[in-house]
Each structure stands twice: as C-alpha cells, then as structure tokens.
Ligand binder design. Structure first.
Ligand SMILES: *Cc1c(COP(=O)(O)O)cnc(C)c1O
Length: 232
C-alpha cells in the first residue's frame, strides 16, 4: 500500500464504503459509524491529504507528537483530535489543552486531572473509558468490575463529558474478538441505560472493523488501512 495523496483519499473512500456496507448488513443506519483516522507516527502532510479528502477526526497516541501536530495544523480549525494512547498523569495538562476527546481513560486520577486542567472556556473534554475486555496484562483499561464505579465518578466531574467506552480486544487467535466485541456491547448498553449522553462504543481497527461493527461499534479507529504500515 502506497501513501501518495490519491491513495490516502482512495483508502478513506474505500473504508467509508466498507463501514456503510458493514452497518447495512448488521441492519444498522449506514452512517452510524464514525471513522477516526489514526495518524500516529505519520507526518502532517498525510493528515492534510486526509483532510482534503473530507476526513475530520484524527487519533494520536503520543502526547508530544500529538500536541505538535495539533499546533502545526491549527489552521484546520474543524479537525476533531482524539487522544487514544496510554496517558500518564504528568502529561494530562497538554492533553486537556489540545485535544477534543480522550478515549483511554482508565483511572480516576487521570480523569480528575483532565477535568481540573481543562479550561472552562473550552467545550467539555469528551471522554471514553477504556476497558481491558480480555484481561490482558499487557494492555491498559479497567476491568468489568471497575467500570460502573469509575463511570459514576467521571460523570460527576465538571469539565468532562462521559460519552462511552473504548476497547482493543485480543486477536481472535487468542480467543478475543467476537466474544470480546459482544461483551463490550453488553457493557455499553448497561452504561447507556444509566447515562443518557452515552452514545459511543469505540472498537474496531484496520483488521477487525467489520466484526466490530457487526457487534455494535459506533466508532472505528483506523491507521494502517488509511496511511499504510507504520515503521515505528
Ligand atoms: C494504532 C492504534 C489503532 C490503529 O491501528 P491499525 O491497526 O493501524 O488500524 C487503533 N487504536 C489504537 C488505540 C491504536 O493504538
């Protein structure tokens, strides 16, 4: 897969078509899945190409790299920036100042700091709780048992808005996927029953987005299939 301007635009068009097809097959609204272009390690020139092709949501994993790109592309004021990587407490300030969404909340300390550091002049930071749905030691995220207490505490914070859940299931080969996606959907419905503003279930990447949509994903995070393989 190459990454010249045409191919980024072509990749986005192809993926949008696949998303709509998968949603239709699952008897869902074809426009009910939001595409996040994961641009980590990729240059701003490729983000601009995606933007020219109509893409507005971008995901970044590393704080410094993400903040640099947000600043470099500040003229593209309608980009919506999603922080999707692990977040340490000494980096929350930059994320609160520069991002629109944080999808990787996994403990109250981080949520509190983000709320304290978010300027009340900005819209509330939109947040998702990351769930470690397959209990993998290598992945961050809360356990099922920790989810509802954390959601309650986050819902009470003034400068955050709890929108839903995010997960990175284990590969199907390690008994993840359909089961993990279905379990996430169950947790999402439970959360939604309690918090009416909850509308986002972020799951599905380049290799598993169709299965994720079959199981109710409303947001997919796609890197490789848009921008090509990462060397880092
Ligand atoms: C890198 C990354 C993605 C994108 O993965 P691809 O397989 O390149 O589509 C999605 N979500 C998270 C949290 C990531 O770190």
């Amino acid at each position: 897969m190459t990454t010249n301007a045409t191919s980024v635009a072509d990749n986005i068009a192809r993926i949008q078509q696949q998303l709509q097809q998968a949603a239709t097959t699952a008897k869902r609204n074809p426009h009910s899945v939001r595409l996040i272009a994961v641009s980590k390690t990729k240059p701003t020139a490729l983000i601009e190409q995606a933007y020219q092709a109509g893409q507005r949501d971008f995901g970044e994993n590393y704080v410094q790299e993400g903040v640099d790109k947000v600043q470099q592309l500040a003229e593209l004021t309608d980009i919506c920036w999603h922080f999707i990587g692990p977040l340490q407490s000494n980096k929350t300030k930059d994320v609160a100042a520069h991002f629109d969404w944080v999808q990787s909340i996994d403990r109250l300390k981080i949520a509190r700091r983000l709320s304290d550091q978010r300027s009340p002049e900005l819209p509330p930071l939109q947040v998702l709780i990351q769930v470690n749905i397959d209990d993998e030691t290598t992945k961050s995220g809360v356990s099922e048992a920790e989810l509802m207490p954390l959601a309650e505490a986050i819902d009470a914070l003034p400068n955050l808005e709890l929108r839903g859940l995010m997960a990175i299931p284990a590969p199907a080969a390690n008994s993840g996927q359909p089961t993990s996606f279905a379990a996430m959907h169950g947790l999402f419905l439970k959360l939604q029953a309690q918090y009416k503003q909850v509308d986002t279930l972020s799951m599905g990447m380049s290799d598993d987005m169709v299965a994720a949509i079959e199981h109710g994903s409303t947001m997919v995070r796609i890197g490789t299939a848009i921008f090509g393989a990462r060397s880092a």
